[in-house]
Design a protein around this ligand. Structure first.
Ligand code: C2E
Ligand code: MG
Ligand code: MG
Ligand code: MG
Length: 277
């Protein structure tokens, strides 16, 4: 009866696999429709200076509410979009909508978003040699000086030589560049220097336990020292407590993002809280 049990577990395994595949297939179809029918939404999370507490910018984060599934996490639909060839149209929508929002915010009492809006870019978008022109076209009316592009460290390292080239072109055009999820992507110091990025975003996984875990604290301190040496600024991700914020400020980290300062919000709420007074 062991054999029988094994048979049953193999059976339910293939069934689970089949369900997962079906869900991904249906999700691809629904995501594709959501993009073309303008059903995605951008949320905005504040970025603040750790010394002054002032708003230095915001990050645009894509949101998808599906009628059947409810909120689907970007950690699920962004990799799916990358895998199923939807990331370019999704990325185009994000760029266009970001620009529309930046222009709309200029009518706020305080006169728009200070600093830059950070926009996440996938490796496949970044691989396009026409990217600078493409972005300029999609964000017409918005100065490159109002935009920072975020690419994860692992995406940078997929084709580092190409990344070096594109980062220089983007910088020359006036865009800022940030290396996202830094500390998880195994880049070497020599590439880091050649990437010419403006900022390193310290990955949330090191920030999360930096008060309790000495190794994580050391990694954070090392990233800050490295960024200083390369004349890049540091932005800590996922700051959830005052103690984390204080320690990061003490360590010389420049900016932070996280629930302690503010959750990602829809555009109107973000403006009400952050752009009005
Ligand atoms: P990311 O670019 O590293 O964005 C930061 C993530 O951390 C966001 O997750 C944000 O909601 C979350 N976060 C911020 N503060 C805290 C905090 O204090 N605690 C915790 N636990 N989390 C915090 P989100 O919005 O779920 O996005 C996940 C990832 O999906 C992003 O990571 C980014 O890689 C990707 N993504 C989101 N929007 C886009 C987009 O428009 N285009 C592309 N290519 N990728 C996107
Ligand atoms: Mg990001
Ligand atoms: Mg990140
Ligand atoms: Mg991430």
């Amino acid at each position: 009866h062991h054999a029988k049990r094994r048979e049953k577990s193999i059976c339910s395994y293939t069934q689970t696999m089949r369900h997962a595949l079906q869900r991904r297939q249906r999700m691809t179809e629904r995501l594709s429709a959501a993009i073309t029918e303008d059903q995605l939404e951008l949320y905005f999370q504040p970025q603040v200076n750790l010394t002054s507490g002032r708003l230095t910018g915001a990050e645009a984060l894509c949101r998808w509410y599906d009628a059947e599934w409810g909120w689907v996490s970007p950690s699920e639909f962004i990799p799916l979009a990358e895998e199923r060839g939807l990331i370019r149209i999704l990325g185009d929508w994000v760029l266009k909508e970001s620009a529309r929002q930046l222009l709309a915010w200029r009518n706020q009492p305080r006169g728009g978003l200070p600093g830059r809006l950070s926009i996440n870019i996938s490796a496949q978008q970044f691989a396009d040699p026409e990217l600078p022109r493409h972005i300029a076209h999609l964000t017409a009316g918005v100065s490159p000086s109002a935009i920072s592009l975020e690419l994860t460290e692992s995406d940078f390292m997929r084709d580092p030589d190409q990344a070096v080239e594109i980062t220089h072109t983007m910088r020359q055009a006036g865009y800022a560049l940030a290396i996202d999820d830094f500390g998880t992507g195994y880049s070497s110091l020599s590439y880091l220097r050649r990437f010419a990025a403006d900022a390193l975003k310290i990955d949330i996984s090191f920030v999360r336990e930096m008060l309790e875990n000495k190794n994580d604290r050391t990694i954070v301190q090392t990233i800050i020292a490295m960024a200083n040496a390369l004349e890049m600024k540091t932005v800590a991700e996922g700051v959830e407590t005052l103690n984390q914020a204080n320690l990061l400020a003490e360590m010389g980290c420049n900016e932070a993002q996280g629930y302690w300062f503010g959750r990602p919000l829809p555009a109107d709420k973000f403006a009400a809280v952050w752009l009005n007074t």
